[in-house]
Write a protein that binds this ligand. Structure first.
Ligand code: MSP
Length: 674
């Protein structure tokens, strides 16, 4: 490294696929990276936060096709939506990389060429399984009934002339590296998953696909594009200016790649480090994976159960509580970091957020701030008094909280960081009750000098703790912390504050506090209707009172039934039935019945479902696999023979025999039927 360029603390988020809008999952990772960056800046370190978008994936072009928009226009729009969202969430990133940018393409092609020159890339035929949804190749043993076992996503068989990366050469070096660097992969239990994966032995990886007009072309072979994962991970290095800008070493290696667990084992903890090892480049210093937000136990997100859009959720918090919009954004940042269990997965609900908003922000933090400022105004006309000795119990507690904060942050347990901070907040609210400053003020007024001293000591302790808490929460809630500083009468801008200001005694006697103003007003209504959840970004329309009966559950019209006008349904009623084209990926008999088949049906780009269908007497499983059908997608799931059926196929009833309805020609899976 050049001596004139000190190493910058470099943090990365995953780069997000632009096949859908941001949600509270992508927001969580981005926010915790921002918190980390702000903490390192507080510590006085030169810090660089990178985020961006992953735009060369097949699923991105599929999404563009579905939207009927040219791919470049489509990705421009969504990259803009991510940038805008991160800006609105107070993310202070230093750069935003898009994998369609020339600086990225250049680095990827250079990386590829260097690997080829070193003999780590060779040409061969690839035949096997590929999941577009995961953008991942799978082995035969990793696939069952047309589904990747790990992700539950459909796979297709591909056979192509391609280039391969000699990943198999890195099993032992990676195991050795993990052994020698125990804190490289975190948390520990996920590191163990990586070790188990490596012990199965890495296989060479197919790293190109046929060029269909989207993606980064292989240097010297325009018929191929580089596999999107191989391209995507290089973004972290491309942004440093590698290979041509000599300053790249002031950023690289990244200090931490922070990602979700699904892209940890295969990509960030094996493929990427192996690629770097192959070129003798330094490895990222740490790689950390957090778990998922789940909804009803399922992964939430673009391809799973719905998760709210972050800025819409912040706006909702503002409307429900009356908090200023910018403070509501900070509240959301706090809530996401505090609610997520940085270990196993965490169930996400808007109602949990509202409850925690009230408990932690409106009550705990709000009470401490309001009571402190009110009492200061009442007993001291707002002017901070002199104290001879601070309360040693509280000073010691503040010190130990700061130490716990740093310890938890060093292992990326952001919930514990906040929990530690709130120990201080909680103690202070109790402390006020125990010390009863109102009693001390009365006695002091009656000439009791000891009470006067105790009052000054108590209130300055409250002020100091509030100041320290504002500093500790500033990486999470920068706007709220600045507002607390302002109420405390601190005139120096928050940006100039450093970690050393956590030392006791920062608020000087003579400082004048301002008028109290609640930052996070209490939310009165804690329940959230389905219609509101839907508006917040839920992909699922709310359940209405009168769920329409699926066509085949409606009693058949008998010849005697007159066609009466009151039997008509409105177009709105009809539109409540969600009909889609699906493709049968697998079919098998259900034990102990002659009528039912268990079907695995792909019903959207990233969506598969199990449907039990009473067609076993009319179709054999072999006749069904690969067939496109029409299904009712929003039918209430129903359990039969212990299996949940998630929808129903449409079939004509011909003399009591079922004849499946099929589109006239092959259509994209998931197409709407109207
Ligand atoms: N493009 C790849 C990453 C390439 S990095 C070189 C990708 N993109 S993604 O859009 O699918 O984003 C995945 C990331 O979003 C996860 O790793 C995680 O950080 C975040 N999350 C997406 N869904 C999430 C939850 N349900 N819960 C928590 N985080 C989630 O994979």
């Amino acid at each position: 490294m050049s001596e004139t360029l000190p190493k910058t603390y470099y943090i990365t988020t995953p780069i997000y696929y632009v096949n859908g809008l941001p949600h509270v999952g992508s927001a969580l990772t981005t926010i915790v990276c921002d918190v980390l960056a702000r903490y390192h800046r507080l510590k006085g370190e030169q810090t660089f936060l990178l985020t961006g978008t992953d735009e060369n994936a097949t699923k991105v072009t599929q999404a563009a096709e579905k939207a009927g928009v040219p791919p470049m226009e489509f990705v421009d729009g969504l990259a803009g939506a991510f940038k805008e969202c991160w800006g609105a969430l107070h993310i202070a990133n230093n750069d935003f990389v898009r994998t369609t940018e020339p600086r990225h393409t250049l680095a990827v092609q250079e990386f590829f060429s260097r690997l080829r020159e070193k003999g780590y890339v060779y040409a061969d035929t690839y035949e096997g399984w590929y999941s577009v949804s995961d953008e991942t190749f799978f082995r035969d043993t990793e696939v069952k009934d047309g589904i990747a076992i790990e992700s539950g996503k459909p796979v297709v068989r591909v056979k192509e002339e391609n280039y391969f990366f000699k990943l198999s050469a890195f099993t032992e070096p990676l195991l050795a590296y993990i052994e020698a660097n125990p804190n490289w992969l975190l948390p520990e239990f996920r590191k163990n998953e990586v070790v188990a994966f490596l012990k199965e032995g890495l296989r060479d990886m197919c790293i190109t696909r046929a060029n269909k007009g989207w993606g980064i072309p292989v240097p010297g072979d325009e018929s191929k594009v580089i596999y999107v994962w191989f391209d995507a991970v290089i973004n972290y290095l491309a942004v440093t200016g590698w290979p041509h800008n000599p300053e790249w070493e002031s950023l690289w290696p990244a200090d931490v790649h922070l990602v979700g667990k699904e892209i940890f084992v295969r990509f960030h903890a094996t493929l990427w480090p192996a690629m770097l090892m192959a070129l003798d480049l330094p490895l990222p210093k740490q790689v950390y994976a957090h778990g998922w937000w789940t909804v009803g136990g399922q992964k939430g997100g673009k391809s799973g159960a719905s998760l709210p859009h972050p800025t819409r959720l912040a706006q909702f918090l503002s409307e429900r509580s009356g908090a200023e919009p910018e403070l509501a954004v900070d509240a959301l940042r706090y809530l996401l970091c505090r609610e997520m269990n940085f270990g196993p997965d965490t169930e996400f609900t808007v109602e949990n957020c509202l409850r925690r908003f009230n408990n932690d922000l409106a009550n705990d933090l709000g009470n401490l701030l309001n009571r402190t400022i009110n009492m200061m105004n009442k007993y001291y006309d707002g002017v901070v008094p002199e104290v001879e000795t601070p309360d040693t119990e509280i000073v010691a507690l503040a010190e130990s909280v700061c130490a716990d904060y740093e310890r938890s942050l060093s292992v990326f347990r952001f919930n514990d960081v906040l929990e530690a901070t709130w120990r201080l907040v909680g103690r202070m609210n109790k402390y006020i009750d125990e010390k009863a400053p109102w009693g001390l003020a009365k006695a002091a007024n009656n000439g009791d000098t000891e009470s006067a001293k105790a009052l000054a000591q108590t209130l300055t302790a409250c002020l100091e703790v509030t100041r320290i808490v504002a500093l500790l929460t500033s990486p999470f809630m920068p706007t709220a912390s600045a507002a607390i500083y302002q109420q405390l009468g601190i005139t120096e801008p928050l940006e100039t504050v450093t970690w050393s200001d956590t030392t006791w005694g920062g608020l000087k006697a003579g400082t004048k506090v301002t008028a109290p103003k609640p930052l996070f007003p209490r939310i009165q209504e804690l329940t959230v209707a389905d219609t509101i959840l839907y508006e917040l970004g839920s992909a699922n329309p709310p359940k209405t009172e009168e769920t329409p009966k699926p066509v085949s559950e409606t009693p058949p019209a008998t010849p005697e039934t007159e066609v009466k006008t009151d039997n008509f349904i409105s177009i709105d009623d009809f539109l409540k039935v969600e009909l889609k084209v699906g493709e049968i990926l697998a079919a098998e008999p259900v034990p102990n019945t002659t009528k039912l088949l268990r079907l695995t049906v792909q019903s959207g780009e990233d969506e598969t479902r199990t449907i039990l269908s009473g067609i076993a007497e009319y179709y054999t499983p072999d006749e069904l696999v690969g067939r496109q059908i029409v299904l009712i997608a929003n039918l209430q799931p129903r359990k039969m023979r212990g299996i949940e059926s998630q929808g129903m196929l449409l079939a004509a009833d011909v003399d009591g025999k079922a004849v499946l309805l099929t589109p006239d020609s092959l259509v994209p899976v998931g197409s709407k039927v109207r």
